[in-house]
Design a protein around this ligand. Structure first.
Ligand SMILES: Nc1nc2c(ncn2[C@@H]2O[C@H](COP(=O)(O)OP(=O)(O)OP(=O)(O)O)[C@@H](O)[C@H]2O)c(=O)[nH]1
Length: 323
């Protein structure tokens, strides 16, 4: 599956100001740094899946911030991290691919955690992207007091100089995505880095990620709820088909959504399914509500759990699962 960002054809209609800016931004940062939550706060709708546990964002999901003066298209990359398994390596390749094509990068560092080796590793990777403006975003500002926030802003600024030389980051900005503090300022500093350009997407469009991927993310999220420690990276969700049920009246459409959940071992299959299938039914009920809200129509969800051994390490399996 190609994940390169394709700039869409420019819109035919006019009517935007001469100094309008439009372009792509990506958030990077350690797992759990708050990238998805910030994306959602900026876009104003849940487009990326957030979780309390690292590395749930496997797919590149775009959200679009529409403003009077700009259009900021957010590409939500997976957590950049040191490659451990082949899956990790693939993720990093995906990140590198995506980052080389965006106009600006938002580097997220949580206010409540000391800058660590993971952050330095990412900073070093970013330093290799030539001349790409990087905005440092100090996330979760609500979790610390003013003095600690100030200290972190200084430390992050110093990291910029250390990494990129004298000029450092293009900007350093604190934000609380959950506390609604400085969210529009984050958009401001990112927009300032975008090229002058007419809007790239029609107004009102929030994401152009294929619906199937968003459906898969919703199911993956529901299926991992409460069992993340047991199944952190062992679950892949593939939507096999979404088809309209035939013979339904116009105002009562029903979509049949057939989905496979792949785990590595039978013990994991048992966890997902639960006693007498109770857990899987619950996963179905919870994710169906979210999917119906997303697709705007009633849905019949058909979930199957399958075993794909060691899929994280097998390129053929990965290919089959769309990685
Ligand atoms: N207090 C507070 N918590 C936040 C804020 N932003 C995110 N969080 C929490 O931090 C955790 C991780 O947030 P995510 O947005 O999922 O982080 P992420 O960087 O996308 O994580 P990965 O997908 O693992 O790369 C979640 O529990 C969020 O609720 C914030 O502004 N304030």
């Amino acid at each position: 599956m190609s994940r390169n960002i394709k700039k869409p054809e420019l819109l035919p209609t006019g009517g935007w100001p001469e100094d309008f800016r439009a372009g792509f931004t990506s958030f990077v940062g350690r797992p759990n740094a708050g990238k998805s939550t910030l994306t959602n706060a900026l876009v104003g709708q849940k487009v990326a899946i957030t979780s309390a546990k690292p590395q749930t964002t496997r797919h590149t999901i775009r959200g679009i911030v529409h403003r009077e003066d700009a259009q900021l298209i957010l590409v939500d990359t997976p957590g950049l991290h040191r490659p451990r398994t082949l899956l990790g390596q693939r993720l990093n390749d995906l990140v590198a691919d995506t980052l080389s094509e965006v106009d600006a990068i938002g580097f997220c560092l949580p206010a409540n955690e000391k800058i660590g080796p993971g952050d330095r590793y990412i900073a070093a990777q970013l330093a290799q992207l030539q001349k790409k403006p990087i905005v440092a975003i100090v996330t979760k500002a609500d979790t610390v007091d003013r003095a600690a926030l100030m200290a972190q802003l200084l430390a992050v600024t110093a990291l910029g100089v250390e990494t990129l030389g004298e000029g450092g980051w293009a900007a350093v900005v604190p934000v609380s995505a959950t506390g609604d503090f400085q969210v529009s300022e984050v958009a401001d500093v990112l927009v300032a880095q975008l090229p002058l350009s007419p809007p790239l997407y029609p107004d009102g469009e929030l994401t152009d990620e294929p619906e199937a991927i968003m459906v898969a993310e919703l199911i993956r999220e529901a299926a991992l709820e409460g069992v993340r420690d047991e199944l952190p990276h062992s679950l892949a969700v593939v939507v096999e088909e979404i088809v309209a049920r035939e013979g339904r009246p116009e105002d009562k459409q029903l979509l049949d959504v057939r989905v496979n959940l792949y785990v590595e071992r039978s013990s994991q299959k048992a966890i997902i399914i639960g006693k007498g299938g109770a857990r899987l039914r619950d996963v179905g009920t919870r994710s169906r509500k979210a999917i119906e809200a997303l697709l705007g129509t009633r849905v019949y969800l058909d979930l199957h759990v399958k075993i794909a051994k060691e899929w994280q390490r097998d390129p053929k399996q990965l290919g089959k699962l769309g990685f």
